[in-house]
Design a protein around this ligand. Structure first.
Ligand code: G4P
Length: 534
């Protein structure tokens, strides 16, 4: 395929993730986006669902209720933005971030696969712990962020309070594209700061349909909305005086964030979000390889594996690897090279990740996410390519802060236990550490968040029928060391040395004072920090 065609496909793609604290409305917004993209004709499958928390089940629920194809990893839809040729709409990839409140490396890896993020915050709650952590990851990776203040139909803070909170606490300057007309709890419409016009929304029954919009000029808006319009106009002017207008360069540099006020439940402001994604979020770009050359999007096929998962279909235990395409065109059936092993990998069973029925995917372009079946050899961070060879840098693993020993409780299950540990390790669920003292039967698991341990024991039981016990260890930080330093460290109180499955030698310390003391007393020892958790 010509690079001109690939270039055109790349230009119309946007690949993003929604980052939010649980309950801010990610599932509802996902559904609202699907409604606007006309993937579903009516919203409501996840509204008022009460109690359910994970986006995975929400998406599955949507799929069941509405017959649309979704999966736990990526949702792809076409969207004709204003000014688009309807025969050549934009292609939007919404990549799911794990929905639990515990930060995990998994989340970090998913964010390596996107070009932009939508930070969804609850108008009443403002910034919450998970939003902050996810935002730090975006900053670390240089991912531009669009801020969405959701639930504007409910009482909440004022726009200026929210703007101040974001600037003060995360140092990101919000540049509202629109100012809401009506305070939180009385959401009438939006003042478009670029045109000065009023976009007046009309509610639909149960928020099931796209909310009709009327565009009114400022004079008519003032006559119909009175004080609410005047307040919005004053806020807009003030923001202008403060210089908080959208600036594409500053947005791409991660210094400012276009801001939109929405009600995902009423479908207010959702079209504006899609338009902002199309207009401002960057299309897929080339990626820098280990040798510092750049693989451009129009170069031959290459992709990065960012997530590995045990087969969703419990009847056959295969492994799915999700790759984000970096360059070139992907065609199902292509035999590509696996940079880490140098071996060929046949993609006969590539599947569109949108589709629980595992619909096969025939072609895909940079920015798209494709699931590969039977991907036993693939691990997160791996590179797949067609000649010329390319290898992208590995996804850095985070500094673990939680350490537990894992023991199998039934002696005759030891073989299964080994297999399970190897699999969970390869998937990157936890880091696995071993030393001679503890032996193979009792490895130490290291994780960024303690919930990862629960995932391990639950999956051990469900997928391998192995009962295990997790015992927290009294260590709280790790440092990378080397063979020469290991004997001296082993002698120290409150320290234990391990080899991680990737070969790295790690020393665990009971607390930071212990570490500081040893660093002072033994300045010759190698003790390097791991990549810090966000
Ligand atoms: P999540 O995926 O981020 O966890 O959030 P989810 O979409 O499940 O939304 C969490 C709750 O917030 C849901 O309520 C949902 O209906 C509600 N919600 C989402 N967006 C909006 C919005 O724009 N306006 C209002 N008013 N509500 C919104 P729930 O689970 O049914 O029950 P409850 O928590 O409201 O009792």
């Amino acid at each position: 395929m010509s690079s001109e065609v690939i270039g055109r496909e790349v230009k119309r793609r946007r690949t993003f993730a929604i980052i939010s604290h649980p309950d801010a409305g990610k599932s509802t917004m996902t559904e609202a986006l699907a409604l606007h993209a006309r993937m579903i004709s009516e919203a409501g499958a996840v509204h008022g669902k009460g109690g359910r928390r994970s986006t995975v089940s929400d998406w599955m629920e949507m799929e069941k209720a509405r017959g649309i194809s979704v999966s736990s990893t990526a949702l792809q839809f076409k969207y004709s933005a204003s000014g688009d040729d309807d025969d050549f709409p934009h292609v939007i990839n919404l990549v799911d971030t794990p929905g639990h409140s515990d930060f995990s490396e998994d989340t970090y890896r998913v964010l390596t696969a996107v070009d932009a993020a939508v930070m969804l915050i609850d108008a009443a709650k403002g910034l919450e712990p998970q939003t902050l952590k996810l935002f730090q990851v975006c900053r670390h990776r240089g991912i531009p962020v669009i801020t969405v203040v959701n639930k504007w139909d409910r009482p909440g803070q004022t726009p200026l309070e929210l703007i101040d909170e974001i600037s003060d606490r995360i140092g990101l300057i919000p540049t509202p594209l629109y100012v809401p007309v009506g305070i939180a709890g009385d959401y009438r419409g939006l003042l478009d700061r670029r045109t000065g016009e009023y976009i007046k929304f009309t509610r639909t029954a149960g928020g099931a349909k796209i909310a009709p919009e009327d565009i009114l000029d400022a004079e008519t808006a003032r006559a119909t909305e009175g004080a609410a319009w005047i307040a919005a106009a004053e806020e807009s002017e003030l923001l202008g005086e403060l210089g908080q207008d959208h600036d594409q360069e500053m947005f791409l540099a991660g210094q400012t964030s276009p801001m939109i006020f929405t009600s995902a439940m009423l479908n207010f402001g959702v079209r504006q979000l899609l338009e902002a994604l199309v207009e401002f979020a960057p299309p897929p770009r080339g990626r820098v390889a280990i040798d510092e050359s750049t693989r451009e999007v129009t170069d031959p096929f290459s992709a990065v594996v960012f997530k590995v998962q045990a087969g969703m279909d419990s009847s056959h235990r295969d492994r799915l690897a999700y790759m984000r395409i970096v360059s070139g065109e992907f065609e199902r059936g292509m035999v590509v090279n696996h940079a880490q092993t140098g071996k060929p990998f046949a993609t006969k069973y590539a599947q569109a990740v949108f589709g629980r029925d595992r619909a096969t995917v025939d072609t895909a372009f940079p920015g798209d996410v494709v699931g590969l079946v039977n991907a036993m050899a693939l691990a997160p961070g791996d590179t797949l390519y067609l000649d010329p060879k390319v290898q992208f840098p590995p996804i850095p693993s985070f500094a673990p802060e939680h350490f537990s020993s894992l023991r199998v409780t039934t002696a005759d299950k030891y073989k299964q236990f080994r297999k399970a540990i190897d699999q969970l390790d390869a998937e990157g669920v936890v880091q696995v550490l071993r030393n001679d003292l503890r032996g193979d039967a009792s490895p130490v698991l290291a994780a960024v968040g303690p919930m990862q341990f629960e995932v391990v024991t639950a999956r051990m039981k469900a997928e391998f029928n192995v009962d295990t016990i997790i015992e927290p260890l009294g260590y709280s930080l790790a440092r990378r060391t080397d063979e020469a330093s290991a004997p001296e460290l082993t002698k120290q109180r409150g320290v234990e040395v391990f080899t991680r499955s990737d070969g790295a030698i790690l020393a665990l310390f009971s607390d930071k004072w212990r570490l500081q003391y040893i660093e002072k007393e033994h300045s010759d020892l190698v003790l390097e920090p791991l990549v810090a958790a966000a």
